[in-house]
Design a protein around this ligand. Structure first.
Ligand code: FAD
Length: 600
């Protein structure tokens, strides 16, 4: 089945929840008028649906392969990447100065979603190039920006992110790759990096690796890591490609999912030393890489939403087609399975979680735009803090949701879900990497607890709770006619869930020092609770808008009615999980920690 972008929901979320018009009013965002944005999204939807999505299943069956140091990508990828680049899609959110379109993150976000729904494996290449651009924009010299950015944005070259080594995954303090200064401004890089996404491929002229490595006198741990540019082909002073650098792909991995995305083992410096150029200052590499990682983590969260959306679409199509069992209310023969209440429950749980996660991510994107562009410094800072609080949640929660939603998608298909030809299994397999790479869910949760909650004493979290209370008050005040009961239930569930969130934030802040292991025993449930509640808040806001539109007789009544039903489903089935998560976090640490190692 092909992919049809959910443009109506995307535009609803952008306009009504994320505040596209407010983003459009920010300095440097004047081009993002609602009309222009709608036209861009329509064009992107067409491109992703017609060019990229058809390659998803075939590429899974015939993955990219390695031969003699070279990687041949799946059939059709090279040509599709050229079309992607030529149409300017790599540059949506990047500066006009370097050939991009300079549009806000809020506009790039649905484009990222569509590309990933169409084909998760393919989308990884632009995703990592985006991260490379962000890192060089922030920490690169003018010369480096001039040399690389235009080539990335035009799709002539692509970027990669080289953190992981066999002994250094979640813990980058253990990075061993060496960088020895040569006295001419360059460094000789040597070492092995593993799991490097699109570390070698045939879709672009050059591949530019951003590599974490240590200089000889660097301090131990994360404070001694520097960031280097190591291109596959060195770049001459006039910008043309020069000698082949000493970085080689020695193999690619055979994986559970995203099979068409080549995951490379890269060997640096086996033949005399790879030439690298320092980015920024020595020993500040991790700081710079975090810039890239924040962008990439947000994008991986979008991957989760994207694959979940595609799985939902497929499950709906199957449920409307598969004849099985009679209708409980009585029918002459078998009916399509969408008539079975449990199948509806599954579809609603997929739909509700996708919509909630999408809304939260787009709201985060708008906060990032205000954090960058708002004229007032205090507003900029508050929005940036809000965005940074939301990044681990968008990454951690949306990707965990994607595993759940794609698994439910398999279940809707029954036995056929387990058979590869339907495609439902691929979404499940593809989704499974998302809570692992770019920092596992536990690493996102550590970030949420330490840097994002405890460091400011829970200030950003409390600010979000205040905003939830305001939504609650609006829900109590609105005259919503025939939807009054739904809105009242949504209000009550949101109030209870916000109280759970508040209690947990207070617990985390109060106990972080005295019972650090106890707090971290509940870190992933805290992340999940944050996602469940903040996503539920967005669904409540959506229901409010929908009720207002219905009262005013404004727009597509069927869409708005469905929004209220979906928000009500979310409130009853998902938001109610907040209370049990609260108990697990606040009272459940002993059960996590009590057994001795030899009792396992
Ligand atoms: C397909 C694929 C593509 C990838 N692409 C890239 C890439 O492009 N560039 C790149 O540099 N890397 C990439 N990676 C690597 C990826 O980011 C790491 O695999 C990931 O960060 C986890 O590290 P690890 O595999 O070493 O697991 P480990 O760090 O060994 O973790 C194992 C388990 O221990 C837990 N754990 C570890 N430390 C902690 C902690 N402090 N607190 C709580 N729990 C903890 C983890 O959550 C996990 O459950 C990729 C990996 C894969 C599989």
């Amino acid at each position: 089945m092909s992919y049809v972008a959910p443009l109506k929901d995307m535009l609803f979320v952008m306009n009504e929840l994320a505040g596209l018009s407010a983003v459009n009013a920010l300095p440097n965002c004047e081009d993002a008028t609602p009309e222009t944005v709608e036209a861009i999204l329509e064009e992107n939807a067409k491109f992703c649906g017609e060019v990229i999505a058809p390659l998803n299943h075939s590429a899974d069956k015939e993955p990219s392969f390695w031969h003699d140091g070279k990687v041949t990508t799946s059939k059709g990828f090279k040509e599709a990447f050229r079309q992607f680049a030529d149409a300017g899609w790599q540059g949506v959110q990047h500066p006009v100065e370097f050939g991009g379109q300079g549009l806000p993150k809020l506009v790039a976000t649905p484009c990222i979603e569509m590309l990933n729904s169409a084909n998760l494996s393919f989308a990884l290449c632009p995703l990592l190039t985006d991260g490379t651009i962000e890192a060089l924009m922030t920490a690169g010299s003018d010369e480096q920006k001039k040399t690389y950015l235009e080539n990335f944005i035009s799709g002539k070259w692509t970027g990669t992110m080289n953190l992981t080594e066999p002994q250094a995954g979640s813990d980058l303090a253990l990075v061993r790759t060496r960088a020895v200064p040569q006295g001419d401004g360059t460094y000789k890089i040597s070492g092995t990096k593993i799991f490097i996404t699109f570390g070698e491929h045939d879709m672009a002229e050059n591949i530019v690796h951003l590599v974490l490595a240590r200089t000889p006198d660097a301090p131990e741990g994360v404070k001694g890591i520097s960031l280097f540019i190591v291109p596959k082909f060195l770049v001459n002073a006039d910008g043309s490609l020069g000698a082949r650098n000493d970085v080689h792909c020695v193999s690619i991995e055979h994986k559970l999912g995203i099979k068409a995305s080549p995951t490379a083992v890269l060997q640096f410096g086996d033949h005399g030393g790879a030439t690298g150029m320092l980015v920024g200052e020595e020993n500040r590499g991790l700081e710079y890489m975090f810039i890239m990682m924040n962008a990439a983590r947000f994008a991986v969260g979008m991957q989760g939403i994207a694959v979940a959306e595609r799985a939902y679409q497929k499950a709906v199509a199957y449920a409307k087609d598969r004849l099985q069992s009679r209708d409980l209310a009585g029918s002459a023969g078998a009916v399509t399975i969408i008539h079975q209440p449990d199948v509806r429950r599954m579809l609603m749980s997929m739909r509700a979680q996708v919509e909630a996660a999408r809304a939260l991510a787009y709201v985060a994107a708008a906060a990032s735009d205000a954090g960058h562009h708002h004229a007032d410094e205090a507003t900029r800072k508050a929005n940036q803090a809000c965005y940074e609080f939301l990044v681990p949640i968008v990454k951690g929660w949306s990707t965990e949701v994607s595993v759940d939603v794609t698994s439910t998608g398999v279940q809707v298909h029954g036995g056929m879900g387990f058979i590869e030809e339907t495609g439902a299994a691929q979404y499940y397999r593809d989704a499974r990497i998302l809570p692992i790479y770019e920092g596992t869910t536990a690493i996102q949760a550590n970030d949420l607890v330490g840097r994002k909650t405890v460091r400011d004493g829970g200030a950003v979290a409390r600010d979000l709770i205040e905003q939830m209370r305001a939504t609650e008050a609006q829900l109590a005040a609105i005259d919503s006619g025939s939807y009054a009961q739904d809105l009242e239930v949504i209000r009550k569930r949101l109030a209870d869930a916000a109280s759970s969130f508040e209690a947990v934030v207070a617990y985390v802040v109060a106990n972080f020092k005295a019972d650090i292991k106890g707090v971290f025993a509940g870190s992933v449930p805290y992340l999940k609770l944050s996602g469940v509640v903040l996503g539920g808040w967005q669904m409540a806001r959506a229901a409010l808008v929908a009720a207002g539109k219905l009262q005013a007789g404004d727009g597509d009544a069927s869409f708005y009615k469905a929004k209220i039903v979906t928000a009500r489903f979310y409130a009853d089935h998902i938001l109610t999980q907040a209370v049990s998560l609260q108990a697990a976090i606040v009272e459940g640490s002993a059960g996590v920690l009590a057994l001795t190692e030899d009792q396992f």
